[in-house]
Design a protein around this ligand. Structure first.
Ligand SMILES: Nc1ncnc2c1ncn2[C@@H]1O[C@H](COP(=O)(O)OP(=O)(O)O)[C@@H](O)[C@H]1O
Ligand SMILES: [Mg+2]
Length: 454
């Protein structure tokens, strides 16, 4: 069921209940008034009759009924009886109805009674007089009252159903008006496809919920567009990086084959091919690591950061001949304060990339790694005395395939730092370049630790 129909139905139902309660209470209180007003008339009438007859007790019963009919307050279907102390009807011939003895008794004991039967209402009064004590009972039908109540009932029923009918359509109209912004958004969203992610939904100045939804949706589109773009440019860059060495290898070999070459010339060609092949190898390894970063995220374990950084230093000092890495520890006693939960392999690669860059871009000058704790964080700083990163490059070096403007003389493809940043993001680790350090480059890595120093 559509929200619009549900809203209008609920609206109608609530209105129906309310209207019913109001109409029913009006009806009930009107009926109560009618009844008590009629009882009042019965009492008055009984009293009148008693006064009339008992004062003039010489009147005959024929005369009585004559006077009774002429009496202006004659009630429809009226039956009157007057009983003496021995329950005998007096003054009025009882040919229509004889009240049971217990009712007459009640009149005597309670002085005044009233009750109703299906059609009629009955009132009784006890009248004491010099000629004796009498119970006067009168019953009549409130015909006009009933007719008015019936009219009221049908008028109310009609009002009820007509109001419901109107309310249902009004409800639908309101629901449509209220939901029209959503319908508009749905129609606009329907147009957007992966090929038109640059489209945005129009926002309004008002700060209502629909506008909030539209803004949220636009933000989502922004993210989607960015990641689509990033993916596209990544594929473009990767295929370009793969094709460049391949084209150069193929060209080199083709040129070499054009004529007969000396042994040394063949050797030269092979040497150049080897260099290009190494580039290809590095690129494929980086791509593999990047893919791995997506797969390995589930294998998390406890890692002591001091040990990890030591392993990284050890590996890179072995890998690059002539490199020198200094390690400075400034750590608390409790190893829990610098132990984190993470993926060892990925963090190893991430830190390795930074150390490798530091060695590379400083032409093997000493690299300094320091590790200390600060509040709930473990901080690692990796500092070199190399070429540094130009200010305008700092914001871009974490993008895939981006290489600094001063890095031309150094081999590399620009994937390392983007991979590092991705791995760190998986671990809630943040990394930034210290802009105040000008003797080279300093990367500062902030690692949140659950059991860090308080
Ligand atoms: N320690 C550093 N010193 C100077 N420049 C750096 C350093 N680390 C990173 N960079 C800059 O960041 C860029 C991106 O680094 P990275 O992603 O590792 O790519 P690559 O090492 O393949 O060039 C580098 O090209 C370089 O310009
Ligand atoms: Mg690198």
């Amino acid at each position: 069921m559509k929200i619009r129909d549900r809203l209008s139905l609920q609206f109608t139902l609530i209105f129906a209940i309310l209207l019913f309660v109001v109409l029913a209470s009006i009806y009930i209180s009107t009926e109560k008034n009618r009844k008590s007003a009629f009882y009042q008339r019965l009492h008055d009438r009984a009293l009148n009759i008693a006064e009339l007859f008992l004062a003039e007790d010489n009147l005959s019963s024929e005369k009585f009924s004559e006077v009774q009919k002429k009496y202006p307050l004659y009630l429809p279907e009226e039956v009157v009886a007057i009983y003496d102390d021995k329950d005998n009807p007096v003054f009025i011939k009882q040919n229509t109805y004889h009240w049971p003895a217990n009712i007459i008794d009640q009149v005597r004991t309670r002085k005044s009674i009233q009750y109703s039967t299906v059609k009629t209402q009955v009132a009784g009064i006890y009248y004491a007089d010099n000629s004796g004590n009498f119970a006067v009972l009168i019953s009549a039908e409130d015909k006009y009252g009933y007719i008015r109540m019936k009219q009221l009932f049908w008028a109310m029923t009609l009002t009820f159903f007509i109001s419901l009918f109107i309310m249902f359509f009004l409800g639908r109209l309101f629901a449509r008006i209220a939901l029209s912004p959503i319908t508009r958004v749905i129609n606009e969203v329907k147009i957007i496809r992966s090929t038109s992610l640059n489209k945005r939904l129009p926002t309004k100045v008002s700060k209502d919920e629909i506008n909030e939804l539209v803004v949220t949706f636009n933000n989502l589109l922004e993210h989607l567009e960015q990641s689509f773009e990033a993916q596209k440019s990544f594929v473009n860059n990767a295929s370009h990086e793969l094709r460049t060495p391949l084209t150069s290898i193929i060209g080199d070999i083709e040129v070499t084959f054009l004529s007969e070459r000396t042994n040394d010339e063949y050797k030269d060609t092979l040497q150049r091919v080897l260099i290009e092949m190494e580039k290809l190898n590095e690129l494929i390894n980086s791509l593999f690591e990047l893919a791995q970063a997506n797969i390995d995220v589930n294998e998390f374990e406890e890692i002591r950061m001091d040990e990890l950084i030591w392993q990284v230093k050890d590996e890179w000092m072995h890998k690059v001949a002539g490199s020198n890495i200094e390690l400075n520890y400034n750590l608390p006693q409790d190893p829990q304060k610098f132990t984190i939960i993470g993926n060892r392999y990925l963090l190893y690669i991430a830190l390795g990339n930074i150390v490798k860059n530091a060695i590379k871009f400083s032409d093997n000058k000493t690299v300094t790694c320091s590790i200390h704790c600060e509040g709930n964080n473990t901080i690692i700083s990796i500092k070199d005395r190399g070429i540094g990163i130009p200010r305008e490059d700092i914001s871009k070096i974490f993008q895939p395939f981006y290489r600094g403007t001063n890095s031309t003389g150094y081999n590399g493809i620009g994937i390392g730092l983007s991979l590092t940043e991705k791995i760190f993001r998986l671990h809630d680790i943040s990394i930034h370049v210290n802009p105040d350090y000008t003797n080279g480059t300093e990367f500062i890595i902030t690692i949140p630790v659950i059991n860090g120093e308080k």
